[in-house]
Ligand binder design. Sequence first.
Ligand code: FAD
Length: 262
Amino acid sequence: MAISEPGAGADPRRMSTRANWDGRNWVLNGRKIWISKAAEAEFTIAMAVASRDGANGGITAFLVDKGTPGFNILRRIPMIGGQFTYEIAFEDCKLPPEAVLGGEGQGFAPMQKRLSVRRLQMGSWCVGIAQRALDILIEHASQRTTFGSLLAQRQTIQWWAADAATKIHATRLMVYDAARKVDQGREARAELSMIKVYASEMATEVIDKAMQTLGAMGMTKEIPLYLMAEKIRWIRVGEPSGLTWLLACICTTQEARGCHLP
Ligand SMILES: Cc1cc2nc3c(=O)[nH]c(=O)nc-3n(C[C@H](O)[C@H](O)[C@H](O)COP(=O)(O)OP(=O)(O)OC[C@H]3O[C@@H](n4cnc5c(N)ncnc54)[C@H](O)[C@@H]3O)c2cc1C
């Protein structure tokens, strides 16, 4: 989904990509940035300010097939976490009327709805990742002895684990609560936004405590804490691409244990 632009990110109403009606087709012009999978996807949902008469219309969603003339990939941008995004340009990109997804000028509400569901996913990912980080913390603290005692017997470490477990539980309940409201068709925008902030900051903190508990082992690339830290960092800003990186976390754990997944 291509929403973000060089001049419009968190505030998409500032977008300047335009779709003008030439009597037969919509003609898109503008630039988008940070677009995940833009070069690989079979189609992109592009958001543009559409107008039939040159006036300022509303935001409209367009389905743009891969390879459509005027849909140009400008560059591939490496992001932290092994992810790539793209900068793209619409240059006199002609689209037929049936490329409009939903109603003309009605693209903003479904886009917000989609981003709301995404926030539920983000919350769930953060709960899962934080739980895995806590498991790693507890496993290590239960085995590592320093100055005559297991780390697990130190009150600092116990507090870290207890705080992490409490916050993971709280986040899980936040996600269930918002998911129930969404399922029931109730308003939950505030709760969903709280989840994005709280869940990602919670997971950041838990991963950090796990890294600290593991000492140098927590700084290696042999266990997935570094992957989790990178991924969570960009969940706090952008749109995660989902299962592929979760799978990468699992693969790294398995490989560190000597199991090589296909
Ligand atoms: C890995 C990744 C993948 C992405 N994939 C896509 C994609 O597929 N499609 C797409 O359209 N976009 C994508 N994005 C872009 C993402 O949606 C934007 O980065 C996000 O909306 C923020 O916009 P921005 O980067 O321009 O930051 P800005 O809008 O410039 O904001 C900068 C910072 O200020 C904060 N901020 C903004 N307004 C306020 C305020 N009122 N008060 C306090 N703080 C504020 C923001 O939260 C942010 O931290 C992706 C981003 C990343 C990192």
